[in-house]
Structure formats: structure tokens, C-alpha cells
Write a protein that binds this ligand. Structure first.
Ligand code: KG4
Ligand code: ZN
Length: 353
């Protein structure tokens, strides 16, 4: 089965052709980093307009790269949730028009769920179920018990920021630009970076909690960069005094990045360990989302799997961050299970997973 997938939930316009759920025939991603860089984050209206300009060329390119004709496509899959509404609508309109024009089924795909499918793209063996699923992206940090590729039970999620968002905010505080994850990763890998220079907090929440929290870590980085507010001098008066932070030298910046990354990765692994113990047994661990590109997290996950003798499925680097191959691939699985959506399929801001 050949599925064309379209992804436009945030700041990547992407299209891909995937065969039989895991064979990527083409994957085209047009990023908008340069359009949003000066604002330090994604500006929704700018994103929607860029999607509108790029979606058709990106789709044409995906079909050409795959070496197929549009008529060969068996279904059109589209990421319709979660995301920025204006952005989602552009991909959704293109997908609907194409599905209608070709007379092929339209399959709506949840972007967060698709991140869990990314590890299967180009992989030789499928995950063994039940699997423990972990999504670590810019918008989500969640754990799932996966009874099958389509049967997800959410075990925990972040109660504040997503881990990728924490990477991006920490990078912004350190003056590293957007998106910050890759910049922190690179800085932390530089020779001489001391990941124990700062003892940043690793949130655990309740003893049995499988939820995540990254706002405390973010604040701790803020204090190291901009200075720590001092305890109130006069009862009832607002905070006035901030103890200035030392100058942000290259060395200090590198050490903060490395220490932040250590704490962020630890906070993810702690919950993965808890879920593995409490909600198993699991036949495999499946990870996806932009932060799964992080070198320290990948090493920690490999260690986790090795120590437990469980198979680990992480995406190839190209399929960690947003792409349409994961949408087409999961669309293929859904279609194979008989799913199809009408042309009334709505754009939804939140995940259904
Ligand atoms: O999955 P994704 O492309 O978009 C969402 O669905 O949110 O994830 C983007 C996130 C950003 O926060 C980015 O900083 C982070 O993934 N990211 C990384 C790395 N590469 C991308 N975070 C840490 N280390 C990386 N190497
Ligand atoms: Zn994503």
C-alpha cells in the first residue's frame, strides 16, 4: 500500500510517500527556522503563510522523489492534530483536495501518535507488544503503554513544559538561538564541558508519579543566567533584590548547557524506569519526537535497554524531528485497519493520545 502523507502542524511543511507502513520512498521537509529565528519562537501567522506557499511544491517533490505517479497513491494521510490551527488547516485543505481529486481515502493522523511510529520507519523488525512508548518533543512529553501499534494507554505526561520546550527556553536564556535543542546538545558535547558544574533539579513529583515537570529546571537555569532573587527583606513588600549572576562566559555557558542536559535527560529516564517497573512487562521500548535526536538521551536509552535486555526502537535521525514519513507510515497502518475519514475531518489543537 502506497500512502502520501502531509504534515504542517507547526513550522515544518512536509510531504512523504511511504510503502507498506515502513518503507520510506521519499520524505521532503521544508523548515521555517530562518523565518522565526528573530522572534525566538514560532509565530503562528508567519507559519501558516509559509505553509501555504510551500505545501504544493513540497507535495510535488515528494511524489517525484518517490518515483511514482499521483494515481499510484492508495490513500492520503494528514496530521490533523495537535498543532497550530492555522498551520494544520493548510495541510488539511491540501490533503482533502488531493484525496477528493484522486478519489482515494483520507486518513487523519494524530501527530503525537505518529512520533511513536517514526521508530518503525526503515526498521527491520517491528516493536514487540506490549511496548513502553515515550514521546519527547517540543510540545509533548508522554509515556504510553502500547498494546499494539494503534492501542495506546497514556501513563503520564508533563504537567507544565515539554522537555523540548525546556531545551528551547534554556537555549534562549544562554543566547543560543532557536530551536535550542541541537545547540545545547552540541555545546554540551564540546571538550571541557562539565555536566556536574551545576546541580540542577531533577523533578520526580510524587513517589509513584509517571508525570513530568520541567518548569523548576527552567527556572534554575534562569537564576544561574540572570541572577537569583533574594528572600524578602521586608515582609509584605514585593521582591526587590536579585543577586547578580556571574558573567556568562563561554565556559559558564557550556557548563550550564551540559548540566541542564544532564538533569533533563535524567528526569526523562527516571520516569521511564518507573513506568517500566510499574506497568510492565514490556516487550520493547519505543521512543520518538525531536528530543529523541539528543545524543545524551540516546546514550541513556541504549544503556537502559541494555541493562534490562529489552529491545529499543528509536527513530533514525531524520525521523526524530517533524516529518511527513511518520504521518504516511501511521496512515498506512490506520488504513490497513480499515480507518478512513470524511472530508469534514477537522483540525484539532490538542492530541487525542
Ligand atoms: O518533534 P518535534 O520536531 O516537534 C514537536 O512535535 O514539538 O520536536 C522539536 C523539539 C524542539 O524543542 C527541539 O529543540 C528539540 O525537539 N530537539 C532537540 C534536539 N533536536 C531537536 N532537543 C535536544 N537535543 C537535540 N539534539
Ligand atoms: Zn512533532
Amino acid at each position: 500500500m502506497l500512502v502520501l502523507g502531509i504534515e504542517s502542524s507547526c513550522d515544518e511543511t512536509a510531504a512523504a510517500v511511504v510503502e507498506d507502513a515502513t518503507v520510506v520512498r521519499s520524505s521532503v521537509v521544508a523548515s521555517q527556522y530562518e523565518l522565526h529565528e528573530e522572534y525566538g519562537g514560532v509565530v503562528p501567522e508567519i507559519a501558516s503563510r509559509a505553509h501555504e506557499r510551500r505545501v504544493l511544491p513540497v507535495m510535488r517533490r515528494a511524489v517525484a522523489d518517490a518515483g511514482v505517479r499521483l494515481e499510484d497513491v492508495d490513500a492520503v494521510a494528514v496530521g490533523h492534530r495537535p498543532g497550530l490551527i492555522g498551520s494544520l488547516l493548510v495541510g488539511l485543505a491540501a490533503a482533502k483536495a488531493l484525496a477528493w481529486g484522486l478519489g482515494r481515502p483520507l486518513v487523519g493522523v494524530d501527530h503525537v501518535h505518529a512520533h511513536l511510529h517514526a521508530a518503525s520507519l526503515g526498521a527491520e523488525v517491528p516493536p514487540a507488544y506490549p511496548a513502553l512508548g515515550l514521546v519527547v518533543s517540543g510540545g509533548h512529553t508522554s509515556l504510553y503503554r502500547m498494546e499494539s501499534a494503534l492501542g495506546l494507554e497514556r501513563l503520564g505526561a508533563t504537567i507544565d513544559d515539554a522537555v523540548g520546550e525546556a531545551f528551547d527556553k534554556a537555549a534562549a536564556m544562554l543566547g543560543l538561538g532557536h530551536p535550542g535543542g541541537p545547540a545545547i546538545d552540541a555545546l554540551a558535547r564540546e571538550g571541557g564541558a562539565d555536566d556536574r558544574a551545576f546541580d540542577f533539579p531533577v523533578s520526580r513529583l510524587g513517589k509513584e508519579s509517571l508525570d513530568f515537570s520541567f518548569s523548576g529546571l527552567k527556572t534554575a537555569v534562569l537564576y544561574e543566567v540572570r541572577g537569583k532573587p533574594q528572600p524578602r527583606q521586608i515582609p509584605g513588600k514585593p521582591e526587590l533584590r536579585v543577586e547578580p549572576a556571574p558573567e556568562l562566559t563561554d565556559e559558564r555557558r557550556r557548563d550550564i548547557a551540559a548540566s541542564f542536559q544532564r538533569a533533563a535527560v535524567k528526569a526523562v529516564i527516571v520516569k521511564l524506569e518507573r513506568a517500566y517497573e510499574a506497568r510492565g512487562p514490556f516487550g520493547s521500548v519505543v521512543v520518538g519526537g525531536g528530543v529523541s535526536a539528543n545524543s545524551r538521551l540516546r546514550a541513556a536509552l541504549a544503556r537502559f535497554a541494555r541493562e534490562r535486555g529489552v529491545r529499543l526502537h528509536v527513530p533514525q535521525m531524520a525521523y526524530c524531528v517533524d516529518n511527513a514519513a511518520m504521518i504516511a507510515g501511521l496512515g498506512c497502518v490506520l488504513r490497513g485497519a480499515g480507518h478512513a475519514d470524511g472530508l469534514g475531518l477537522a483540525a484539532v489543537p490538542t492530541t487525542g493520545c
